[in-house]
Design a protein around this ligand. Structure first.
Ligand code: PMV
Length: 335
């Protein structure tokens, strides 16, 4: 009889950028304006299985047990179209994705999601890609996903070229940082979906914010300093640069017309508490993405104390402590 195709299953973890990506210079090819640098986490994995279904009339996409709809489904199908084009194949697929984190809440579910989909999709359609090519492919789903192909610290190059060159030029690669193993304490102040998608918010920022260009310029300088700080394993320097880079990114959004504001009163309460921790001798530094949640970088030995302070600052929030985590990987049959 016929054996059910087991498909390919991949697991990927989200990453948090210490130097942010914000704004695309090519929306079609998903090419960022700026380089970014991130830490891949050891929490909140996405597990995705891609199975070919030659007899099916169309792709089937399941997200956390329910059929994906609207924009979410459209993005996955468009990504599969790209994989099929690269592989010279046409069969529809069945995609099953499970996120250990709320989707679309500014917790990088698109990063782990498209990294896992790139890896599982490439394997299911028989594409043999090296990690650089995989990161390029993941980037077409979500720029931050390029970085989740790699574990620990990774840089995503914006590249320079135009059209086809631009695609080849923009990819992620590991940044070896042997002596830096901090904690990232995540305060989930609101796990609901965000009001403005990061895609729409970026476009508006690039098109209307008078602060965008100056942030992009200062971000390049931040990246240079960040690489030095990481090499030295200097938590205070890494934290200071990451915090100013993130606040600067949010400033560009606040100056967009109309403004995009992801930071909530609870975000600000947590930021105040991070400042209070520092004033009381605990090195702790905040970063925020396209949502109200705050991620706080600190020494592993201070993580419990930092977590308790954040819980106290935003009653009702949940707090999770992460460390540097693994790159995307295919699951073998035995697992
Ligand atoms: O790649 P996207 O669309 O998930 O955008 C991510 C943008 C930020 O999280 C705000 C910054 C970053 O570099 O991850």
């Amino acid at each position: 009889g016929q054996v059910l195709d087991p498909g390919a299953t991949a697991v990927a973890h989200p990453n948090i950028a210490l130097i942010k990506y914000w704004g695309k210079r090519d929306e079609q090819l998903m090419i960022p304006y700026v380089d970014s640098l991130s830490m891949t986490l050891d929490v909140f994995p996405t597990t995705t299985t891609v199975r070919l279904s030659p007899e099916a009339p169309a792709d089937s996409v399941t997200l956390d047990g329910s059929p994906a709809e609207g924009e979410q489904r459209r993005r996955v199908v468009a990504f599969l179209d790209l994989v099929r084009e690269l592989a010279g194949r046409t069969e529809p697929a069945e995609v099953d994705t499970r996120n250990a984190v709320p989707t679309g809440a500014g917790l990088a579910s698109s990063a782990s999601g498209f990294a896992a989909l790139a890896l599982a999709g490439a394997a299911a359609y028989g594409l043999d890609l090296d990690p650089t090519a995989l990161s390029r492919l993941a980037r077409r789903g979500s720029v931050s996903a390029a970085r989740s192909i790699f574990g620990d610290f990774a840089i995503c190059h914006a590249g320079r070229g135009t059209s086809e060159d631009a695609d080849l030029d923009s990819y992620a690669e590991p940044v070896p940082v042997p002596d830096f193993d901090p904690a990232l304490v995540i305060a989930l102040v609101d796990a609901g979906p965000k009001a403005v998608s990061s895609r729409a918010a970026m476009r508006r920022t690039v098109e209307t914010s008078p602060l965008y260009r100056s942030w992009a310029t200062s971000s390049a300088a931040d990246l240079t300093e960040m690489r030095v700080a990481l090499r030295r394993g200097d938590l205070d320097a890494v934290g200071e640069i990451a915090e100013r880079n993130a606040l600067g990114m949010h400033a560009t959004m606040l100056a967009a017309r109309p403004a995009v504001r992801y930071l909530s009163p609870a975000t600000v309460a947590v930021l105040d508490r991070v400042g209070w921790l520092r004033a009381n001798g605990v090195p702790a530094y905040a970063t925020m993405d396209a949502g109200p949640n705050v991620k706080v970088l600190c020494h592993r030995t201070d993580a419990a104390r930092v977590a308790e302070a954040l819980r106290d600052a935003a009653p009702g929030c949940s707090v999770v402590t992460a460390r540097r985590g693994p790159g995307a990987r295919l699951r073998t049959g035995a697992e």
